[in-house]
Unconditional design. Structure first.
Length: 230
């Protein structure tokens, strides 16, 4: 387990900001709605969910994206197992994860269900439930994604802002993301920074800029192969 957890600053006592990156973990407007808009809708979810669907994420953070996805998977009464793999270099301590998600009333049942499991996740890298399998791969994603043996149906690209966390948006890691995407797979991210779109295109993705969430004018999403055969 991590012995040095990242230091946070709590804005308005509820919004976690990373001291190292000087950036919030999720939208100041409404993190739950942002995740649904950017990462789920941006990847064509929940409509694309099917048994064994595989999601990969850069940046596990508070677990908000993961728990919001489980919420949606269960709301849709999907059968089989959802596979979620997240890459994280600076895992939060469980108490901070739980505190960060307190504002999201919709998620409290799921937060309560997973709260006792976070310590184990940090130790073993796995949570296995009848409907969800979560794998947390700790360490620098620039080293870990290339070594991953999996393939994702979709990616949540959720590093801190490209200006503050450029290492999660570089050409090499985004090439590795592309290489670890199913032939008909997709990605979504809240940023529409030109350098990120350029790196995603160079990697091989078809990239589109679409309206962003809340105060953000644009976000990006895209796909690897032809859209009709997803
Ligand atoms: C915006 S936060 C992610 C928020 C998260 N998806 C959530 O649901 O709360 C960005 C995350 O990327 C992680 N990160 C930054 N650089 C990294 C790196 N090189 N490798 C892996 N994770 C990294 C940070 O520690 C942080 O948890």
């Amino acid at each position: 387990m991590n012995s040095t957890f990242p230091e946070l600053v709590w804005r308005s006592d509820m919004m976690p900001i990373s001291k190292r990156f000087d950036d919030p973990y999720f939208s100041v407007d409404n993190g739950f709605a942002e995740t649904n808009y950017v990462f789920l809708k941006g990847n064509g979810l929940p409509e694309r969910f099917r048994e064994g669907f595989s999601i990969a994420e850069l940046g596990f953070g508070t677990g908000l994206n993961f728990l919001t996805t489980v919420f949606s998977w269960r709301e849709r009464k999907c059968s089989g197992i959802l596979r979620f793999t997240s890459f994280e270099a600076f895992a939060l301590q469980p108490d901070d994860m739980i505190r960060a998600l307190l504002p999201f009333e919709e998620l409290q049942d799921i937060v309560d269900e997973f709260a006792p499991l976070w310590s184990d996740l940090l130790e073993s890298g796995k949570i296995i439930l009848p409907d969800v399998e979560l794998t947390l791969i700790q360490g620098d994603a620039r080293r870990q994604v290339p070594n991953w043996t999996g393939l994702a149906d979709c990616w949540y690209l959720d590093g801190f802002s490209p200006a503050k966390n450029p290492e999660l948006w570089g050409a090499d890691i985004l090439q590795s993301v592309f290489d670890h995407t199913h032939p008909k797979g997709t990605f979504a991210t809240y940023t529409a920074a030109a350098i990120v779109r350029q790196n995603l295109r160079s990697a091989g993705f078809e990239v589109s800029r679409i309206p962003g969430f809340g105060r953000k004018r644009h976000m990006s999403h895209g796909h690897k192969g032809a859209l009709d055969a997803k």
